[in-house]
Design a protein around this ligand. Structure first.
Ligand code: SF4
Length: 97
């Protein structure tokens, strides 16, 4: 049952106040918080919980560290350059104005 741990409480390191597991498992309605493994692993069989109640691949997403911000930014710049080269989206060159 997905609600079996909902009443368990923890102090949230991101929000700075106590909250219940029900929030952690459904932050935006269907997606568990990306920190759920770190916050709950000592108190609940959270890995098994994720496998039992969320789509395949969710556990992998939660345990894969996020890309460094600089890497993400460089990827976005490369993608924008490629898009501009292909003429998909007209870009204004502010540097020439
Ligand atoms: S899992 Fe997320 S929302 Fe829940 S306590 Fe940890 S950081 Fe806060």
């Amino acid at each position: 049952m997905i609600t079996q741990y909902d009443a368990f409480e923890i102090r949230c390191p991101m929000l700075g106040h106590p909250l219940t597991f029900s929030y952690c498992r459904s932050t935006d309605g269907n997606t568990p918080c990306r920190n759920i493994m770190n916050c709950w692993f000592q108190r609940l069989p959270v890995e098994q919980f994720i496998q039992d109640h969320f789509p395949f691949g969710t556990l992998e997403k939660l345990t894969t560290p996020p890309k460094p911000k600089m890497q993400s930014l460089l990827e976005l710049i490369e993608k924008a350059k490629a898009t501009k080269k292909n003429g998909d989206i007209p870009c204004r060159d502010v540097a020439q104005e």
